[in-house]
Design a protein around this ligand. Structure first.
Ligand code: C2E
Ligand code: CA
Ligand code: CA
Ligand code: CA
Length: 279
């Protein structure tokens, strides 16, 4: 009825207004998050399927705000991107991750690669390389233990410039991976020109593998593509043994997902790692 329609409409605008209010609150609070010490990192293990041992951890940003609670990165990172706050936050993430990896090493844990997400606006800063060099020098971090995760959207503009920058990173010994592979719009014919080491298959494709024929075909295709281009392959979002067995059978080398571990605090990651080596 008309009346219902009207009510729905009102409800809809209240909901939209709430959303807007929340966005504004996030935008406002995020400006102070770094200096108030509200940001921290969690770390999710990446498992080598050749021996079932962790080979790397991905650093994932968390934000706990007194007013907003724990805000998911999918909500605040796009806002940080728009406001350019991602530049200072991203720099903090990289420095903190390098420092944490060295703390684990000092604690006698095995040296794992640490991967850090790099946003497009960070990548487009003119002084990106300088900033990375500075962090590596300050922390004395060995670049071969660092992996930067970039997305296909980097390649949409300034293709040649992007390739040049990535090569500069590679020349330093930094590992590069293409995150969320398959969700972007990069032309496959360009893929072989990207100076990357690893393809990370997006979690959305893994969702109901192997029962869903479409997702299974896409996953299989991406693994075959990576193999033919000599790229290392990581599947993210592995939640059960059926997915794991399928990936193994296809020759996938590395996985990340709740089946092995959720993202953990630095302390819990250290416990997770030591339990592996006590077995
Ligand atoms: P991402 O880079 O694709 O990271 C993987 C996301 O998948 C993480 O979500 C992780 O918790 C989640 N995940 C991993 N395994 C599973 C699983 O088995 N099942 C399910 N349901 N989820 C799984 P998270 O931590 O919420 O991060 C979301 C996104 O936020 C990241 O996606 C990344 O795009 C962005 N992000 C997080 N930290 C940073 C950062 O430091 N810098 C930038 N630029 N982006 C970040
Ligand atoms: Ca990532
Ligand atoms: Ca990803
Ligand atoms: Ca993703």
């Amino acid at each position: 009825t008309r009346q219902e329609e009207h009510q729905n409409c009102q409800f809809y605008s209240i909901k939209n207004n709430d959303k807007l209010q929340r966005r504004l609150a996030i935008k406002e609070q995020l400006r102070y998050a770094l200096r108030r010490g509200e940001l921290f990192l969690h770390y999710q293990p990446r498992i080598n399927l050749a021996n079932n041992y962790p080979v790397a951890v991905e650093a994932l940003l968390r934000w706990q705000n007194p007013q907003l609670g724990l805000v998911p990165p999918t909500e605040f990172i796009p806002i940080a991107e728009q406001t350019k706050l991602i530049l200072s936050i991203g720099e903090w993430v990289l420095r903190s991750a390098c420092i944490q990896q060295q703390i684990w090493q000092q604690e006698g844990l095995p040296s794992l690669r640490i991967s850090v997400n790099l946003s497009v606006s960070q990548f487009k800063q003119s002084n990106l390389i300088k900033k990375i060099d500075k962090i590596l020098a300050e922390t004395g971090f060995n670049p071969s233990y660092l992996e930067l995760e970039v997305t296909e959207s980097l390649f949409v503009e300034n293709f040649d410039q992007t390739i040049r920058l990535l090569k500069q990173l590679k020349n330093r010994g930094i590992n590069l991976s293409l995150d969320d592979f398959g969700t972007g719009y990069s032309s496959l014919s360009y893929l072989q020109q990207f100076p990357i080491d690893t393809l990370k298959i997006d979690r959305s494709f893994l969702f109901d593998v192997p029962s869903n024929p479409d997702n299974t075909a896409v996953t299989k295709g991406i693994i075959a593509l990576a193999q033919s281009l000599n790229l290392h392959i990581t599947a993210e979002g592995v939640e059960n043994s059926a997915q794991l067995e399928y990936l193994k059978a296809q020759g996938c080398q590395e996985v990340q997902g709740y089946y092995f571990s959720k993202p953990l605090s630095a302390y819990n990651l250290a416990r997770f790692l030591s339990s592996y080596y006590r077995q």
